[in-house]
Design a protein around this ligand. Structure first.
Ligand code: GLY
Length: 359
């Protein structure tokens, strides 16, 4: 059953009419310049929201989202829903065969099968959706949103997720591109010098990625959304699920506070639920970048010995991105040199991420 825009709009209108959609004041905004912490806006605190004009629309993403943040920002300032806008932003990478960390062309698992993970959150309605180990559908972010919009569940995995996607009208396609197939064969041939696969000296560097795209946005009225989508860790054990589809790890959004998400080694992030943690740090009054750095400290503290180098630092990298309800934003990585994408009234650009350790 194909999902039409009209059906989606009718459903959204029906939900709103039923009173399930919490509404924010039109000019909801934080006055951080006067020292107002996001934490002061916790519902039921009795403290009225500080109404100091509108929020600053802003979209923040991993660096591979440079094209996507512009698309999402333009949609947001034209009045689009923030989740629809950022999903349109990440769709660009999902459908780009050259991005081997996401969607079509993503690097496969150890058996040569591309398995995709994604999750999203919609701040205004406090809803979430996710899919994991999804095969043959190029846009898991949209399937995650369909789980959110059309089921009573938050997460579908594997064969069930694919069955659902097909029922919703998503098109099946081969996601393993020729380039990714060649990379998989190179990786496979190099696994064991004594197996029946011959190594070739002309092989280029074996690729490895825990790439991914995360995107978060805030609108002028202070509504937030977040989405993360990935092909996950290259050459993974079939069925491995990373942090991206896990709400609270791969991304998280609280419409009262802000949104955050991650790219990088998912196993390290799952243990810290860092996107949730970053939003909680912002709720306690930290700026987005400082909140990302604080979460990275937690990641280091939670790293098992086998993954620490002789200097006691993690052997992997992990990147966090965050936007607060007032439109302030930031990003941070474990190691220096990281960048993230942002689009606001100054346009789309890459910015330097904060870091814990100099390379
Ligand atoms: N962060 C993507 C993954 O580990 O799957």
């Amino acid at each position: 059953m194909p999902v039409t825009r009209r059906e989606f709009l009718e459903k959204s209108a029906a939900v709103a009419a039923a009173g399930f959609v919490p509404r924010l004041p039109d000019d909801f905004g934080l006055n951080l310049s006067a020292g107002t912490a996001p934490g002061s806006l916790v519902e039921g605190s009795g403290a009225p929201a500080v109404l100091k004009g509108r929020a600053r629309p802003c979209v923040v993403s991993s660096s591979n989202g440079l094209r996507g943040v512009k698309v999402a920002y333009d949609q947001i300032v034209s009045g689009a829903d923030p989740l629809d806008a950022i999903i349109a932003g990440v769709n660009i990478q999902e459908l780009d065969p050259e991005d081997q960390s996401v969607g079509l062309g993503g690097l496969p698992n150890e058996e040569g099968v591309v398995q995709l993970d994604a999750s999203c959150m919609h701040g205004p309605t406090r809803r979430a959706g996710a899919v994991a180990a999804l095969e043959d559908i190029a846009t898991p972010s949209l399937v995650a949103k369909a789980v959110m919009d059309y089921t009573d569940h938050v997460m579908l995995v594997g064969a069930g997720a694919k069955k659902f996607a097909k029922a919703m009208g998503f098109r099946e396609q081969e996601l393993l591109t020729e380039k990714s197939r060649q990379d998989w064969l190179r990786w496979k041939a190099r696994l064991n010098a004594n197996d029946a696969w011959l190594d070739h000296d002309d092989d280029v560097r074996i690729k490895f990625t825990t790439g991914t795209i995360n995107m978060n946005a805030v609108t002028a009225s202070g509504d937030l959304a977040s989405v993360t989508t990935t092909s996950g860790m290259a050459w993974k054990v079939p069925g491995r699920i990373g942090d991206s589809p896990i709400v609270g790890a791969g991304q998280y959004c609280d419409n009262l506070v802000g949104a955050a998400g991650s790219t990088g080694r998912g196993e390290a992030n799952i243990k810290t639920c860092a996107s949730f943690l970053i939003v909680e740090f912002m709720r306690a009054g930290m700026a987005p970048r400082a909140a990302c750095l604080k979460a990275l400290e937690r990641v280091v503290a939670m790293t098992e010995t086998r993954l620490l180098g002789p200097n006691g630092r993690p052997k992997f990298d992990l990147e966090f991105y965050a936007v607060a309800k007032d439109g302030t934003f930031g990003g941070a990585t474990l190691y220096s040199g990281g960048k993230f994408a942002v689009c606001d009234e100054r346009g789309a650009r890459l910015e330097e991420a904060g870091f814990l350790f100099r390379r």
